[in-house]
Design a binder for this molecule. Sequence first.
Ligand code: 6R9
Length: 647
Amino acid sequence: MNNAKTISHYEDEEQLFFPDSSFSTRANIQNTQIYDSAWVDYKNYWMGEAQKLHWFKPWDKVLEWHSPFAQWFVNGKLNACYNCLDRHLEGWRRNKAAIIFEGELGDRQVWTYQDLHREVTRFANVLRGMGVNKGDTVTIYLPMIPEAVITMLACARIGAPHSVVFGGFSAGALRDRISDAESRVIITADGCWRRGKAIPLKSNVDEAISQCPTVEKVVVVQRTRVEVKMEPVRDVWYHEIMRKTPAGCQCEIMDAEDVLFILYTSGTTGKPKGIVHTTGGYLTGVASTHRNVFDLKEDDVYWCTADIGWITGHSYVVYGPLANGATILIFEGAPDYPGKDRFWEIIEKYRVSIFYTAPTAIRMFMKWGESWPQGRDLSSLRLLGSVGEPINPEAWHWYHKNIGRGRCPVVDTWWQTETGSIMVAPLPGITPVKPGSCTKPLPGVFVDVVDENGKPVVPGGSGYLVIKRPWPSMLRTVYKDPQRYIDTYWSRFAGMYFTGDGAKKDKHGYIWVRGRVDDIINVSGHRIGSAEVESALVEHPAVAEAAVIGRSHELKGQAVTAFVTLREGVIWATELEDDLKNHVAKRIGGLARPEEIIYAGELPKTRSGKIMRRLLRDIAEGRVMGDISTLADPSVISQLLERKIAI
Ligand code: 6R9
């Protein structure tokens, strides 16, 4: 089973790449003192960043901190949609392209800021017409099409928090998220295009909401024209209702601390957490970091390949770039359809200048070979970004050489759904980079690496990644569960936010993130909770007990490996393995489908009954095992090893 190679890391702490002078002399940030001044007075730094937004009423106080509960820009009033659209309409930017959309089949749409404003206000009126009020959560389950941005901004306009659910999640995962958010309105599409095929989406909604009594309306965007069942009264076509609704809609005056959105993310228990972000601090964080880390210029064409269903899509496809008046590119399809140079074709065609993607994609491009990008004109590119997981130095070098052609700075950006915006990354005009390290915390951000007792590690030491002071775009709580917010993030180390990541700090203070130290698996840059997959597995009638771990995987970073014990009388067979994999994919989504399922007579447990996941990871990765003296029954291991070899 385990013939995938571990990603090899050769870290070179000495290898520094300095920004090219042709870049640094034109960079938005050229003065290295920004780090020091933000260190001395971080509230003042963030105040300056917030002032670049449009506020209906200024704040009374920058920060109110009752650890771990923060309020930023207290009593300030603003609207995120106004900041992303209306304020760009006054000058020439109104006719600037806000969205360039490239569909899977090669269809293209260009939306100017004015166009976008018109459609967003129209859809805001649709929502109001459905009785959606300020504070009502709307669930959005859409593919990567302009309507995803339009409906998100329409929600923001009327103060209705959105909960965007990734289109790759299954009906079951969608149902859990709709129920938790108690949404009355769902926005979806008939289907989406993937490698030339129409994939149905609306049918997942039908299945999900058969168990969601709160849902009253489903708005359906027509994208593929696959056949859908429309329930009279409840279901309406987007294009039909838009045709009947006028544009122009006053935006709601929002408090800085009013909720902008909820985004569910995997936790260490089976139940996904609704991460809550508010308006003023979040928008300040994403607009500021988008401008500074990507060195945004007025004429850039900016492409972030993340799906709107993840935090990267929220912060760096929608809110950050649009708040800054950028031209964003949105692509619906897959990187290898119709050819393995689809991304490079798009960059060539639209003269993309900033490109932001994930290491898992870069490793895939590496595997396909450099001839694909070589055949395309990538001379428009001037900056590259990476996000989602540690970038291994080989991938960094490949990206730098074959996509950036050695000219473009590469910004490796560390952050999380919870942090809302980038926390650790270079400022490309002034920060020398080391391939594989996300470098230093951004100005105004207090990230550190600490030991077991919360003491900073010495240079060269490894430990836990924490954040020591509040920051504007921090999550405010876990939706409907403040205790979980406290327990998950603020209890491990007194007075510090615990990220769940392990990291090393080198002698220059540079941070090298190692990955999760909790039970979260990072598959292709996406978070899957071990517990979520385990609970899906034990729902299956054949399974008695399950333990799920992430093992190192050459392309995906990590892959899901499940160990199961079976109920009395059930016999292990290949068909059962397939059945279990399908069951997980159906219950959660294709991303969570285990790479392999290993049948165990028994799971290795400590004497206190805890499953030893670390040991299972060692087994799955073919490592010599460490200490098994705490095991209740060491013979379990030899049985498992035999099984693994047999597979
Ligand atoms: C933005 C995003 C967060 C987790 C995070 C960490 C990993 C993200 C990284 C990185 C190393 C980077 N991660 N960026 N690890 N270097 N540049 O991905 O949010 O989906 O919440 O995942 O991803 O483990 O804790 P999210």
